[in-house]
Design a protein around this ligand. Sequence first.
Ligand SMILES: Cc1ncc(COP(=O)(O)O)c(C=O)c1O
Length: 444
Amino acid sequence: MKKATSTRKGKATAQRSNGKHPPARGNRAEAYVPAFVSDRSLDAGVRCSSPGNSPMLDPLQFVPAEVHRTPPEIMRFDLGKRIRELVKLHGTPLMVISKEALIEEYQRFKRLLPRVDLYYAIKANPHPDILKTFRDLGGFYDVASEGEMRHVLAQGVKPSKIIFANTVKRPEALQFAHKAKVNFATFDNEPELYKIAKYAPGCRVLARLKVSNLGSIVELSLKFGADQEAIVPLLSKARSLGLKPEGVSFHVGSQCTNFENYQRALEVTAEIMREAGERGIEFKTVDIGGGFPIKHFKTDTVNLETFANQMRRELNRLFPESVQIIAEPGRALAGPAGMLITRVVGRSIRNNKNYYYLDDGVYGDFSGIVFDHCKYEFKTLKKTQKFFSIIAGPTCDSFDTLSLSEELPELDVGDVVYVQSIGAYSCASALTFNGIRPAKVIVV
Ligand SMILES: Cc1ncc(COP(=O)(O)O)c(C=O)c1O
């Protein structure tokens, strides 16, 4: 530990002395540019990986349309018939993403917030056919890593349509972005700025503001965002390092049903915009992030429609037309379009309750229960009397339990259990554990 500190200090001192970097002011971190990657290894990293090849996804999991060749007419069948036909064709577990629903969600967003450019956060679901669908609608993309960047570029997307919206970026990723001409990124601290200035000189940058995530299911402000007072100094620092400070980004937390979070974040952003203007930094862009909620359950009441009018009014009130407004929705675009079809592969009675084991679980496409803190509405094709039941996944781990109290009809081995609106943060974080592969994901 001690040794690592002295190495960093040594490197920072060397950088100060070669005149390429401004001197540190008290805080050593200010001048710290990572020393753990040599320029030579960075070059090697970029050379051996060319845009166009997208090794990020397993093609047996994210199956492209030209491989699965599912007839699109199936999607027009009523739900029961559609599920049965899809199971006949592909077996289970199967995640089906409706292309029509993707288009509808995208167009609904544009209709409700016409001023906002949509940068789809591909972390929600990186299926190449989803990316192509949004590409054909004129969409933009939010990527979190070099892998995601390569994947988006491989779908024929122009680098100018991508934002590197991870406030913590590997030096290799920055260098790759620079070479690939992805020239737009977020940050929330000064060491990151030095890194960006070194590996992606001239990059356009947005300072990420820490905002309230109150009432959102996934809290992001625990880890990301700088305080309001720090933003203008950070933007000034960016300018002094030769970067192009363009504005602010924020994220109100994912599945945000509390409009106050957006309201306050927009007001604070407008205050920062005025202060920045006084320091000669003109805002070009405000990035309102993601967080837009969807209905996971029939009984959920809030979605984008609920607060779109207010959002539209606030954007127009607070920001002149010259400021471009962008958003990074993930869940709102991919979530509603996805349906997961599983089957019962085992059943027993334990503690006087029906106990069903499905062919997909917490380690697979229900990983959102863990990582996305999500709850799902489990449905079956049977209409018979319902009983309190327990459902679990297929692995040899008792943690792999999906629900301890579901009202379900009596099910047999082979019966279907399906979940709708599960297209986001599900297959994207699914693993093969116990040798059990996650669902095949298809866009039809
Ligand atoms: C930086 C960033 N942008 C966008 C998103 C997408 O958010 P959501 O799916 O809530 O729209 C996330 C989600 O974690 C994120 O971290």
